[in-house]
Write a protein that binds this ligand. Structure first.
Ligand code: HEM
Length: 308
């Protein structure tokens, strides 16, 4: 849907697959897959490190806490770096090449510029087509997208208005939240990794607090990334081929869609509350290890001949 390949459009307007291999090795899908999987690793590793930090700070389950923090920080360091480079960078290259309008909207670039700066902070004003209170790094966007400091980056002004993403502020903020959090994750993982290497991490309460409080943010970064990709693709359902306004089913009424949406929201709310309750119960209980007489009984239960 982001970058359709390996198809042809028949006379009746239907799309036919012409190359399964082109579909399988779609370069967009490859980097999208790696970036999303590595996003999952960032989330898992920070959750593990945060849990270990909680055990160390509360002085419960300290042995397991050290193990969780060591593994969590090591994986967080590798996965957070991979998230920026090469996966985030390569994903950005593809957006530049195939969805330049999305890139301009993500970066809040209303007018084309040579030696375009990258905006760290600022509020897009779509009506007046400018960024308010920007703080930027000169020429960095040109370099990151075209590998040349003086390259021209196309702004939204180059494209017809009906091809702009519908909600530019949402797209801009979600993209900046994802990249901003990604940069903070790298800084935290580098600091914690350095202390781990110096064998000072388990006693450094300040970084344990940071690790513990960081754990919800990778979830937010993933959702921000997902919104960036979906809002950035608008107004297309299948990029360049099928507009969203032409892609809905005329047999399903708006009321039905709303009813289904509310049903799903209710179901996910119940599941989330249950998930949080069960997770908290497991965390408070702590990991169980095989000890003494208990170990014999458990090994027996696991033996293939048990119960014969
Ligand atoms: C560190 C700097 C990062 C950069 C430069 C970056 C770059 C990108 C780019 C260019 C996209 C594609 C947007 C589009 O298709 O319009 C994207 C999507 C995404 N990013 Fe990031 N990202 C970064 C960090 C992160 C982090 C830390 C996470 C999560 C922990 C994350 C999760 C995602 C997800 C889930 C998507 C959506 C993938 C999809 O469904 O297509 N990103 N990112």
């Amino acid at each position: 849907m982001q970058h359709p390949v390996g198809f042809e459009i028949a006379a009746n307007g239907a799309a036919h697959l012409t190359s399964f291999w082109a579909l399988l090795f779609n370069e967009w899908a490859l980097w999208q897959y790696l970036h999303t999987m590595s996003g999952a690793l960032v989330t898992g590793s920070f959750t593990m490190a945060g849990l270990g930090a909680f055990y160390l700070l509360s002085r419960t389950q300290e042995e397991q806490g050290k193990m969780f923090v060591t593994l969590g920080v090591s994986v967080a360091l590798a996965a957070s770096t991979f998230q920026l480079w090469p996966s985030g960078d390569q994903h950005g290259q593809l957006v530049t090449k195939y969805q330049p309008i999305t890139l301009a909207a993500m970066e809040g670039l209303f007018h084309s510029e040579t030696g375009a700066p990258i905006v760290l902070v600022g509020q897009p004003d779509t009506d007046r087509q400018k960024l308010d209170n920007p703080i930027y790094v000169p020429k960095a966007l040109s370099f990151l997208t075209h590998r040349r400091w003086g390259a021209e980056v196309k702004g939204l002004n180059e494209f017809p208005r009906d091809r702009w993403p519908d909600n530019i502020p949402l797209l801009y903020y979600c993209y900046h939240i994802m990249v901003g959090l990604g940069t903070i994750f790298i800084a935290i993982a580098v600091a914690a990794g350095f202390l781990l290497w110096r064998k000072q991490l388990f006693g450094a309460r300040w970084i344990l607090w940071i690790l513990m409080l960081t754990f919800p943010f990778p979830f937010i970064a993933n959702i921000a990334g997902w919104i960036t990709a979906e809002v950035g693709r608008q107004p297309w359902l299948v990029y360049g081929l099928l507009r969203t306004e032409n892609g809905f089913s005329s047999h399903v009424s708006a009321g039905n869609a709303l009813f289904t949406l509310i049903g799903f929201m209710g179901m996910y709310t119940v599941l989330s509350v249950l998930y949080l309750f069960l997770m908290w119960r497991e965390i408070a209980h702590g990991p169980e290890f095989l000890t003494g007489s208990n170990a014999g009984a458990s090994v027996e239960r696991l033996s293939p001949t048990a119960g014969v």
